[in-house]
Design a binder for this molecule. Sequence first.
Ligand code: SAM
Length: 223
Amino acid sequence: MLRSIPDSIFNLYKPVSRWESFYLRTRWRLCPFELIESSLPSRGRILDFGCGYGMLSNLLAERSPERTVVGIDLNPKRLGVALRSVAERKNIHFHLGDVEGLHPSPFAAAVMTDVLHHIRDDQVEILLRKVYRCLDQDGLLAILDVDRTPFWKFCVTFTIDSLLNPTDRLWYRPLRRIQEMLKSTGLKTEKVIPADHGLPLADVLLLCRKNRDPDPRGDIGKT
Ligand SMILES: C[S@@+](CC[C@H](N)C(=O)[O-])C[C@H]1O[C@@H](n2cnc3c(N)ncnc32)[C@H](O)[C@@H]1O
């Protein structure tokens, strides 16, 4: 709990403004990036959709040179900070874009940390289908998101989220609803891990596997 950001990751971002420094340090303490990293394959291409400042992307790339990490985010300011962190490294790439920018390409895994509740229902379904098509046949999707229970933890999480993302509209869903959306996309939830890492947060980590059968909904909703 409350682990501070390792120097090896923080230093990638230097020089940083005060706000960037505050955000990077606070975000690291709130989000169980190390738990997520250890749940993902140690080799192959990994998509970090909604990567923000790219801290998880950087951790993934740093922990294993056999990974190639692709981070995508639609926020130019955040993506700009992420791009600055790349320097000469070859196993990490960041792109400005959104769901439209996702094209079928083989990824061993995809990850979305605190992204789903920034996206409205109809867009989430489109996003999940696109991510599904980007995954290898046995590909893994890791989702960190906020459950609605316990209610007091949800309230704490909501307050922190609103302070860190004051201009964003947020769509929180019960865990059950997220699992339904995953299932209808053809993604099987293999594990649900409480991810509050000792903090009063309602975060859960879902590890989902692409079914071996083809996308059950075929081209419905294809964009
Ligand atoms: C709470 S931040 C999380 C950032 C990062 N995943 C992390 O864990 O630090 C949510 C991010 O999702 C991005 N996002 C929201 N909707 C998106 C979309 N449609 N396409 C790409 N990125 C999106 C936002 O710009 C923001 O950077």
